[in-house]
Design a protein around this ligand. Structure first.
Ligand code: IVH
Length: 705
């Protein structure tokens, strides 16, 4: 029988191997074994750890997706503020900065610059702390937040494969790193991963993310680490701190040390002796842009010597020793050939520009959104006009302006916004004060189609096999109708309202589908039919949060749906909630609360929920346990607290059973006051209500629990 220590050795050896291969694959981009071989090692380790849970350590490669979905992110202060950079938009501004740098230093000193690509992602601080055997271990990942306080996204950061979960003692030693240190850098979503994610979103009827940066930022704030793990984020390191400060003599050495310690450092970095060489680096970097596989939006120059950095110091928000040279936005001129009108899930009609194909920002663009009727008016654009199309790293290109000198006065045609829905012919409605025209027919085939696609989407009800084509078939829509949905409202061409062969007319109908019905569809065999039915059946168990998300209530995204589900615990409780009850939920404001109440006031929606419940969908969630320590106490929060946000303080009080109110009265038990507390504090003093600071509140929460 294997002894405990030999098993421990096996486990450690497997971990070492896996870490090494992860490093080769994710950091160096140079794998030495196949994915299948990697999986074999991983499975062996999982098995051993499963048999010996006492030997599990948090930095094991099996623990990248260990975190449970969380309710929100805690706020944490940065070891030193995460600043932003001043920008230069042309060579002149760049040279002016170089002048300022050199005049800020003794004339006799040489100045070297490190040129780095400006990665278009989101900045992240990774804190490592001492672990067993003199190694360092990833303890915390913080977003930039407001620069002073970030969000603790550790469980998500741990899923990024190019981020080491630990750094072995030996590596620390060769890199010259202490056991506790902080690495700062950029989290990016590579283009391939971004395109894949958007393809899936579009196939599922969801709006595509605007650009990789937004997608990365959204992903890192997702509440489910396993979704983050699927998205394949990447991390490039560019800063190294000890006790909140840089400590190696030069930035060049800092980058080297990061590399040695196993972090991914962007390979396109160069140390130069003069601003002329930096200008050359920039000129070379711009054409690189289309080939990198990830977005960059400029070049960052940093003074190399740490001592010089210290002497130059900071202005209010940015270091004097660094500057961001921003590339110009990528734009091109092309002709507007036509305008199509698309009907979305909520009935909103969006005008879409059909453009003569033009190559801009690395792809051929044929479509651009025109947003709404106001935007068309603002641009003063007509069909046949030449327009300037811009892509600022965004997938959805934008028409910036009409190009005057190329206007074709003879050929242009006014854009006529349709009066009727291009799909079901219902009169379009524009709510007073809103810009959008909507099709208000809730059975409009275009709307039902979008509703179904949203319901089935990954991250919503996850019904695999229910994509564009299948939904069209189930609705009895041919490709022709889909095409029409995107056409101008030419009255003669409009398709029948609901084609006769539709198998379903609503989300609830999905759960009534019969095997024979599916088999009657073209190109649907037994295997496809059974798989789809199994997927639909499985989705019944998705739970309240997913159902809420799937219903497509305005402003209710993944996070809000989760918070609502945890707060109310059941659909019934949620549907009975008043605006006030809803606003008591952490992060739910008046606008969201009203949207929820409005949604459930509509008979059709009530009916749908009833049907779904009767069809066996799970409409409950585990309720967050509310403590009783502060039961009966009412708090009023005022001013800015040193570390907690309002929402956090509120949810902590509520978690202990207390109530948070907006105004001070005699019934108020405590006022929690931060900096710049105003009239509420005065009122508290007048009424003799006890005032606490944040520390006292935290102390109270601690002793109460
Ligand atoms: S250095 C105090 N280096 O650009 C200096 N930033 O516009 C802080 N960024 O917040 C940043 N690539 O998120 C630095 N090679 C790079 C960068 C980089 C991208 C981002 C970073 C920062 C923003 C400032």
């Amino acid at each position: 029988m294997a002894t405990a220590s030999s098993i421990e050795q096996q486990i450690e050896a497997l971990r070492e191997q896996l870490r090494h291969h992860e490093y080769l694959y994710y950091v160096l981009d140079a794998p030495e074994i196949s994915d299948a071989e990697y999986d074999v090692l991983m499975n062996r380790l999982k098995k051993l750890e499963g048999e010996h849970p006492e030997m599990l350590t948090p930095d094991s490669p099996t623990q990248r997706v260990g975190g449970k979905p969380r309710e929100g992110f805690a706020k944490m202060a940065h070891s030193r503020p995460m600043l932003s950079l001043d920008n230069a938009y042309n060579e002149e501004e760049l040279r002016a900065w170089d002048q300022r740098v050199r005049s800020g230093l003794p004339a006799s000193e040489k100045v070297r610059y490190v040129c780095e690509l400006k990665l278009d992602g989101l900045s992240m601080a990774l804190q490592y702390g001492a672990a067993a055997k003199a190694a360092a271990q990833l303890e915390r990942g913080l977003t930039r937040g407001d620069g002073s306080i970030g969000e603790d996204v550790t469980s998500n950061v741990r899923t990024i494969r190019s981020i080491p979960l630990s750094v072995a003692a030996k590596k620390l030693e060769t890199a010259g790193l202490p056991q506790s240190f902080e690495v700062r850098g950029e989290v990016v979503l590579p283009q391939a991963a971004f395109l894949k994610m958007n393809e899936e979103r579009v196939a599922a009827g969801l709006a595509p993310a605007v650009n990789p940066r937004n997608a990365a930022a959204g992903t890192i704030r997702t509440l489910e680490p396993n979704i983050v793990a699927q998205r394949r984020l990447d991390f490039y390191a560019y800063f190294l701190l000890r006790d909140g400060d840089t400590f190696l003599p030069t930035h060049t050495e800092t980058l080297e040390a990061l590399k040695t310690a196993g972090f991914r450092v962007n390979t396109h970095a160069k140390t130069v002796d003069s601003i002329d060489q930096a200008v050359k680096f920039i000129a070379d970097a711009e054409p690189l842009r289309e080939k990198l596989g990830y977005e960059i939006d400029g070049v960052v120059l940093k003074v190399d010597a740490t001592a010089q950095q210290r002497r130059l110091g900071f202005t209010g928000k940015a270091p004097r020793w660094a500057i961001a040279y921003k590339f110009p936005a990528r734009a091109a001129i092309t002709q507007l050939e036509d305008v199509l009108f698309q009907v979305g899930r909520t009935g909103k009609v969006t005008p879409v520009a059909a453009l003569a194909p033009v190559f801009v920002g690395g792809t051929t663009v044929t479509r651009a959104t025109l947003h709404n009727a106001d935007e068309i008016a603002r641009l003063g654009v007509k069909i046949g006009d030449y327009v300037n199309v811009e892509r600022g790293g965004d997938v959805i290109p934008k028409i910036v302006e009409v190009v005057d000198d190329k206007q074709h006065p003879r050929g242009t045609k006014e854009i006529v916004f349709p009066a009727k829905c291009p799909v079901c012919e219902t009169e379009l409605v524009r709510v007073e004060g809103e810009v959008d025209w909507r099709c208000v027919n809730s059975s409009c085939p275009a709307r039902v189609r979008e509703e179904l696609l949203h319901w089935a989407a990954r991250g919503v009800m996850n019904i695999e096999g229910l994509g564009d084509a299948m939904v069209a078939q189930l609705l009895g829509q041919s490709a022709v109708l889909e095409e029409l949905n995107a056409q101008g409202a030419d009255e003669e061409e409009v398709a029948p309202v609901v084609p006769r062969t539709a198998l379903i007319h609503s989300i609830a109908d999905l759960y009534r589908l019969k095997r024979e019905q599916l088999l009657s569809l073209e190109r649907v065999g037994e295997k496809t039919a059974d798989a789809l039915l199994a997927q639909i059946g499985r989705s019944k168990e998705a739970g309240l949060a997913r159902v809420l998300l799937g219903l497509g209530i305005r402003f209710v995204g993944e996070r809000t749906a989760q918070l609502l589900a945890e707060h109310f615990g059941s659909m019934t409780a949620l549907m009975e909630a008043s605006v006030e009850d809803l606003e008591a939920v952490n992060e739910v404001g008046p606008k969201v609360a009203q949207a929820i109440v409005d949604f459930f006031a509509i008979r059709k929606n009530q009916h749908l929920v009833k049907e779904l419940a009767a069809l066996g969908l799970v409409m409950t969630a585990e309720k967050r346990v509310v403590g009783t320590a502060m039961a009966g106490m009412t708090f009023v929060l005022t001013g800015t607290l040193p570390t907690l946000t309002r929402d956090e303080a509120k949810s902590m009080i509520e978690a202990a059973g207390g109530k948070v109110s907006g105004s001070v009265s005699k019934k108020t038990s405590f006022v929690v006051a931060g900096e710049e507390a105003g009239s509420k504090l005065e009122k508290a003093e007048q009424l003799g209500v006890k005032v606490l600071d944040e520390a006292a509140l935290l102390e109270m929460l601690k002793t109460q629990s």
